[in-house]
Each structure stands twice: as structure tokens, then as C-alpha cells.
Design a protein around this ligand. Structure first.
Ligand code: FAD
Ligand code: FES
Length: 368
């Protein structure tokens, strides 16, 4: 990876920080401290980009040096990454792809989505030395405390990212249990980490990797064609009943993985990168009153409140945008909302409505 050595991050002593805190609020301290080092902050985890390299036809890996406020992670987890794009702060979730490192650095691998705001920015406009906002690690699909039975990893596209971190962790431990990784992409050039995965397969006899191409013809011994439903399970993973399955990718991929393996495997764990497609017949518009900021906006029914408020120029805090991280949670004082994942209507006031997976079904008052 193209890297730069990390610049020293100034550390004020605890006493100096306390004294400074009496005189100036954190944002003011941040402003002046950032003149000395852009990655220094009083209270916000930030990370400096210290490496940027192409990983596939559309994906790039970024190596990040976090400041002292970053708390660490377990392989399999994700974090929020934020940047200011054309004057607006945009934040999305990305999986951590390395195992925890002695130098504290983190890595993410981002696929540039066509028309995507942050992914295009991270892949094509971010430079070494830039500073990004980061959030704490989150996610329940993590490397377990005990590794005691064979594993099967199913990766769909960008879903390889948490699974490469877990593969690297197993390799760092000497591959103590058999691991098979089945990895789907459309085209051969879309694959990430190919050389590394093949090298691991050569080094560890109990690690197997198989690449499935849905739009190219298979040409190598470790390549196949087709979708999850085309897998010859009995020949490719004959001991499926003994395997713990970890699946990651778009929602449709995770649903297929569940349908194909969950009932037969020893256990099934999954995380989707995209929300389920929903299709409710909610039409017309409603009025949303934002109690804290004393604004009223009109938004369409049936659209996720987060998306609808953003379209109206209001930018509530957000992260995963699919109901996992709770960053967008806010109170609802009155009105009816629909949970877009389950379709259920909610009429009662709640203290933590997730804006990214709720739509308005009537006029609402939110604590925003
Ligand atoms: C827990 C979690 C972990 C994730 N980890 C990674 C990761 O390691 N690497 C990675 O590249 N992405 C990852 N993602 C997806 C990432 O958070 C963003 O959704 C993605 O980068 C697109 O953001 P954007 O701002 O570029 O697109 P937006 O501006 O939000 O969207 C632009 C268009 O692209 C569509 N779109 C949004 N996301 C996707 C997607 N993932 N695939 C296809 N179309 C999409 C939208 O519907 C919209 O039409 C993860 C998501 C979650 C929830
Ligand atoms: S943004 Fe993560 S739960 Fe809504």
C-alpha cells in the first residue's frame, strides 16, 4: 500500500487538558488544535489516511491512523467513516479488514458505487494526509472467543470485507480449524485480496477458497460460475452439517445464503450491507414537526424518514442506514410510523425511533 509515515499527534497532559477545558469549549479547542495537527481532537475520534491503494477494478483500501480516542475492535466489526463533501457531512459504515495491529492502524476496503457519495469520495478524492471522522466499532458478527469447529464463509461482493479480517485472524493463529471461503463477484476483476487468498490456500491445507463469477466464464481451478443456488454443496462442502456459517453481502445474497445453508449447518451468522427491499403502498405526504429545532417539513409517506429529512435539507446523525447501529435513533412524541423492515405500524410515542428504517404514516412530532 502507498503509505506515509504517521505524523506525531500532539498529546496535551491531563492537567493541561483540564485547564484548557475551563477556558474554552471542546469545539474551540479542536479548532485551534487542528491548526497544529488535523487529526487531533478533544473529544472526536478522527483518523488520518496513511495509505491508499487499488484493490480491484472498483475497490480501494485505505489505511488509517486513528487518534487516541479510538477504542479498538474485533475482526468482523465495522465503523462509521465520515467526510465533508461539498459542505455536507456524509457518514457511512465500512468493515475493518485488518486484524488489530501493534501500530494501532486500521484498514477499510471501499467499493466505489456508481453515483455513491462517500464511496466515490473515499476511492477517488481522498488523499494521503486527509483526516476522516470515525466512530466506535460495532457489529455482532465478530470473531468468537472460542474457535472449535470448521467454518464456512460466504461472501457476496463487498461482503468479503469483514470475512477477510476473520480469515486473516485465523491465519495469524495458524489456521486452527478448517475454513472454506466461497466468494461471489460479477466479473473476475471485481475480486479483492485474490493473491493473498491463493497464497493462504497454498500455505494452509485446511483453508480452501473458491471464487464464483456470475458474469464471466470460469478459467482457473479455484473458479466456478453461477449463484448460491447453483452450488454443488455435497461435493464442495461435504461436511456442511459440522460447519459454522458466516455470510455477508447485499440483503438478497444473505437471504439466499440463509435459505441454502442455515437449516443444515451447525450454526448460521450473517450481516447484510444493504437494507431489505420494501414495497408498501403508502402514498401522499405528511408534516413532520422537529420539536428541538422548531422546524416543520413536509415529507412523502413510505420513504425512510432519514432519507426524507435529508432530502428536505435536514441532516440527522446517521451511520449504517439500515437499522444496525442506532446512530439515527431519536424520540417520537406523537404520530404513526411504519417499520420498513417488518411493515408494522407504530402509534405509540417511543424514545428511540430509528429514522433509517421508519417511514411516516401520519403527521409526526420528533425530538430533533
Ligand atoms: C455494516 C455495514 C458494513 C459495510 N461495509 C462496507 C465495506 O466494507 N465496503 C464497502 O464498500 N461498503 C460497505 N458497506 C456499504 C457502505 O456503508 C455504503 O452503503 C456504500 O459505500 C455506498 O455509500 P455511498 O455514500 O457511496 O452511496 P449513497 O450515496 O448512499 O447511495 C448511492 C446509490 O447507491 C446505492 N447503494 C448504496 N449502497 C450500496 C451498496 N452497498 N451496493 C450497491 N448499491 C448501493 C443506493 O441505493 C443509491 O442508489 C457497509 C454497509 C454496512 C451497513
Ligand atoms: S443509521 Fe444506523 S440505525 Fe439508523
Amino acid at each position: 500500500m502507498n503509505t506515509s509515515s504517521s505524523l506525531p499527534i500532539p498529546r496535551l497532559s491531563r492537567l493541561a487538558r483540564r485547564l484548557a477545558g475551563y477556558w474554552a469549549p471542546p469545539r474551540v479547542v479542536d479548532f485551534w488544535a487542528s491548526r497544529i495537527s488535523p487529526a487531533w481532537s478533544w473529544d472526536r475520534p478522527l483518523a488520518r489516511v496513511v495509505g491508499h491503494r487499488r484493490e480491484s477494478s472498483h475497490a480501494f483500501s485505505l489505511l488509517l491512523q486513528p487518534n487516541r480516542l479510538w477504542d479498538g475492535f474485533r475482526p468482523g466489526q465495522h465503523l462509521h467513516v465520515g467526510a465533508e463533501i461539498n459542505g455536507t457531512r456524509v457518514s457511512r459504515s465500512y468493515s475493518l479488514t485488518e486484524t488489530p495491529r501493534a501500530d494501532g492502524r486500521l484498514a477499510i476496503t471501499v467499493k466505489a458505487i456508481e453515483g455513491g457519495r462517500l464511496s466515490q469520495h473515499l476511492c477517488h478524492a481522498t488523499r494521503i494526509g486527509d483526516v476522516l471522522e470515525i466512530g466506535p466499532a460495532f457489529g455482532d458478527m465478530v470473531f468468537p472467543d472460542t474457535v472449535d469447529s470448521p467454518w464456512l464463509f460466504l461472501a457476496g461482493g463487498s461482503g468479503i470485507t469483514p470475512l477477510i479480517a476473520m480469515t486473516r485472524e485465523l491465519a495469524a493463529r495458524g489456521m486452527p480449524v478448517p475454513l472454506t471461503l466461497l466468494y461471489w463477484v460479477r466479473h473476475r476483476d471485481d475480486r479483492c485480496f485474490v493473491d493473498e487468498l491463493r497464497a493462504l490456500a497454498t500455505r494452509y491445507p485446511n483453508f480452501r477458497v473458491h471464487f464464483f463469477l456470475t458474469r464471466n466464464v470460469a478459467a482457473a481451478g479455484d473458479e466456478g460460475e453461477g449463484h448460491l443456488s447453483d452450488v454443488p454443496w455435497t461435493s464442495l462442502v461435504p461436511d456442511l452439517q459440522a460447519r459454522q456459517v458466516y455470510a455477508c453481502g447485499p440483503d438478497g445474497f444473505v437471504q439466499s445464503a440463509r435459505a441454502e445453508t442455515a437449516s443444515q449447518a451447525r450454526s448460521f451468522h450473517a450481516e447484510a450491507f444493504t437494507p431489505p427491499a420494501f414495497d408498501f403502498d403508502d402514498q401522499g405526504s405528511v408534516r413532520i414537526t422537529l420539536a428541538a429545532s422548531q422546524q416543520t417539513v413536509s415529507v412523502p409517506r413510505g420513504t425512510a424518514l432519514l432519507t426524507a429529512l435529508e432530502a428536505a435539507g435536514i441532516t440527522p446523525a446517521s451511520g449504517c442506514r439500515m437499522g444496525i447501529c442506532n446512530t439515527c435513533a431519536c424520540g417520537k412524541r406523537s404520530g404513526a410510523t411504519r417499520n420498513l423492515r417488518t411493515g408494522e405500524l407504530e402509534h405509540e410515542p417511543v424514545s428511540a425511533l430509528r429514522l433509517c428504517i421508519s417511514s411516516a404514516s401520519s403527521d409526526l412530532v420528533l425530538e430533533l
